[in-house]
Design a binder for this molecule. Sequence first.
Ligand code: SF4
Length: 454
Amino acid sequence: MGVGGPTQGCRSLQKTVGARVHNGKRVHNGKEDMRVKQMECRGIFDPLPQRAKVSKKLGLKAELSMSRIRTFRQRLVEWYRKHKRDLPWRHEPDPYKVWLSETMLQQTQVDTVIPYYRRFVSRFPTVESLAAASVDEVLKLWEGLGYYRRAIHLWEAAQIVVAQFGGQLPADPKLLQRLPGIGRYTAGAIASIGFGLPVAILEANSRRVLTRVFWDLGNEGRPPEEGTLWRLAQKLVPISDPGTFNQALMELGSLVCTARKPLCGDCPVKRICRAWRLGAVENLSAQVRASRTLFCKVVALAILRQGRVLLWRYGSAERWAMLWDFPRFEIGPGADVFALAREKASDWTSCLVKEWTEFGRFRHSVTRFRIEVRCLLAEIRKRDGPLGEPGVEAEGASYFRVGERWVRKPKQSALERTLRWVRLEELANLPLTAPARKMAGMLSRVLNGQFQDA
Ligand code: SF4
């Protein structure tokens, strides 16, 4: 706690805003300072005590001196101002754009994100416009970026922000973390970059930089633990321009202090980097474990009826959350593909589908999976009988509930898939999985008579 506990701190705040010095600390003037102090009162951040040694307070094993902290901040920010990349979300760092870019950048390369970010911002320039869209429209713009739950969470959270906060993201990181898809890191990024509040961030890049530079803060030669790194990050983030500092930290990890072969010779903080001084950067570098590649074969069915094709939509908790796909099943070695297709199609459509044609095969890679897809086509000609369309849940009906706490959709329904007969012309506009997009292209060529047998 910064100033003698919450209540006392708040009273002290009212008295001291506008003064230059209070309790040995510099007190800033203006609205921003008031916001900072209010957060301090609520224990959201803990400003750096004006003492040379803070390691005891941090519970750290080694000394963390003020001069080390100042040198680190200064060198890092100077380097960032000269070497930062010109990225579109850095042009106008308002809280919504920060939220959007940070969400897109999770597990995704910067170069991949840029065109998606531009399209998304151009279509949804505000939280309100995002909240007013359908989930299909949001997913369609996200198609190909992967980790689709991120898009669903954005869409859900946008509606909560409109309903609860009048369309403005809250600045308080604790409130931000109650929104779907916003964790401690994203909340810190929005608060610091978007609102200019001194809140720490810790993600893969900043974690790596801090671990190496402050290696001595760990125990018995081991790297500092997660809790120590968060406390350290909070101590390091300055009150003045915390957003630049946080971005600089991530940028250094991304461009110089990389997981493999860090460019220590070009590093602005090498003189105070404990790993570099120990000559142990290689040993302390992340051990990249090669993950085992997994192969699998699936059969995807294009079942046509009355100008429509049967698709299913994945549940919101599945890998391809809420995207559409051709119904498919996995096969083992020696499987009778056509017999299995008949059986599955009969379950899904309540019709006996006897004649199948294999119209193509392709391979698709996703993370460590290598999937071989065989595409089968059949047409149900019978005009009578049920169309077999169970219907799709009304959009937005049950994804979340706004109450004292925001509750996610129950797990079971989040895993449920829904089947639907979709008009062939609709395929171009629906958000499809990447394999389904390939298969839709092949199907279109077959139906237009352009397909040559594979
Ligand atoms: Fe990373 Fe090397 Fe710089 Fe240390 S000196 S922060 S290990 S790049």
